[in-house]
Design a protein around this ligand. Structure first.
Ligand code: ADP
Ligand code: MG
Length: 328
């Protein structure tokens, strides 16, 4: 009853419009338009499922992101969780709580961005739910993926002596957020990293298929917070080399001006890179798919993390893990 009151009169037209944007749905026996989608996993594949919630003014601000890019990012941050298990994404489900202020054209831009990004990864928007929200815009995305039985990579398998790797670069998105909060414009690379991050699906699949990794997760809440999850789940410790952190050119030039920014690479959020452990200390950048990875440390016995500076002293990060806009 309450939901019925919140339903926009144009909701059915909107769903029909979404269905048209998605186009033919060869991947699934039934997609949008029935009470449930129907999916069939290939033999010997396990189902992976993850959900992420994005709430206006907590996870995003309309002033800083176009609706098209927000649609893209809503997909990428979900696919990142499938990548982190070494899986291949299959289908997305989109729950929308439409704020009253949100114009139809803006909502359609969001959905165009969402479908655009899904197509980049060959993933289908297979269903969802749409309802009015008396408060902020709420985007709730469920993603499903597949992984061959026995190949899924959890956070639990790291052992003493493994090398610790991270893909891509760290801190770009957190630096972008800091610039936006100061009212500054973003250079293109930082804008891309913040507005339209990529999910490392090809890399995650390659690592799991070839059984190269012992534990893995994606870095969404900041390197230290996410590394801590991996260490606790695996019951091990780690030593991290501060000088080994992979940084972009834009990040390095900002760091030259302000050395304290290194804490953004350690604790800033929304990198969406893969953090993984491997018994192979020679897992070089050239041998693995883009964006490559670098060794940043080693897994140790016991618990806890030591961050080493080049002179051998330990380093204390002054920032805590990413807590969305609470950190600002
Ligand atoms: P029901 O009332 O049975 O839940 P709906 O009218 O909510 O059905 O939805 C009809 C169809 O449209 C379903 O297939 C549903 O998955 C799909 N759908 C609804 N909202 C969305 C959305 N935001 N994105 C994608 N599919 C949607
Ligand atoms: Mg429904």
């Amino acid at each position: 009853m309450v939901e019925a009151n919140n339903r926009h009169s144009g909701e059915f037209e909107l769903i029909h419009w979404i269905q048209k944007q998605v186009g033919s749905c060869d991947q699934l026996p039934v997609g949008i338009g029935d009470d449930c989608a129907i999916d069939q996993l290939p033999p010997d594949q396990l189902l992976l499922t993850s959900k992420d919630l994005l709430i206006e003014d907590i996870h995003f601000k309309r002033a800083w992101t176009s609706m098209f890019d927000l649609g893209r990012k809503s997909v990428a941050v979900n696919l990142s969780d499938i990548a982190a298990m070494g899986g291949k994404p299959r289908a997305l489900y989109l729950g929308l709580g439409r704020s009253k202020q949100l114009k139809e054209a803006d909502l359609k831009d969001f959905i165009r961005g969402f479908i655009y990004e899904a197509k980049q990864y060959d993933v289908i928007l297979a269903g969802g739910d749409t309802c009015g929200s008396p408060g902020p815009l709420i985007v709730s995305v469920t993603v499903q993926g597949q992984v061959p039985t026995g190949k899924a990579v959890t956070r639990r398998g790291a052992v003493c002596g493994d090398a610790l790797y991270v893909s891509g670069t760290l801190g770009d998105s957190a630096l972008a957020l800091q610039l936006l909060q100061s009212g500054l414009n973003l250079p293109p690379h930082l804008a891309q990293r913040f507005q339209t991050p990529s999910a490392r699906v090809a890399l995650g699949c390659f690592l799991s298929e070839n059984e190269l990794v012992t534990a893995m997760l994606d870095v969404s809440d900041g390197l230290l917070a996410d590394l801590n999850h991996l260490l606790v789940a695996s019951g091990v410790g780690a030593e991290l080399a501060l000088s080994a952190l992979p940084l972009s050119e834009d990040f390095r030039s900002a760091l030259n001006q302000d050395p304290t920014l290194i804490d953004l690479a350690l604790a800033g959020g929304e990198d969406y890179e893969l953090l993984f452990t491997s018994a192979r200390h020679d897992l070089v950048q050239s041998a693995i798919p883009a964006p490559g990875a670098v060794k940043i440390g080693t897994i140790t016995a016991g618990a806890g993390l030591i961050i080493r500076q080049e002179n051998g002293d330990s380093y204390q990060c002054r920032q805590r893990g990413f807590d969305h806009f609470a950190a600002s």
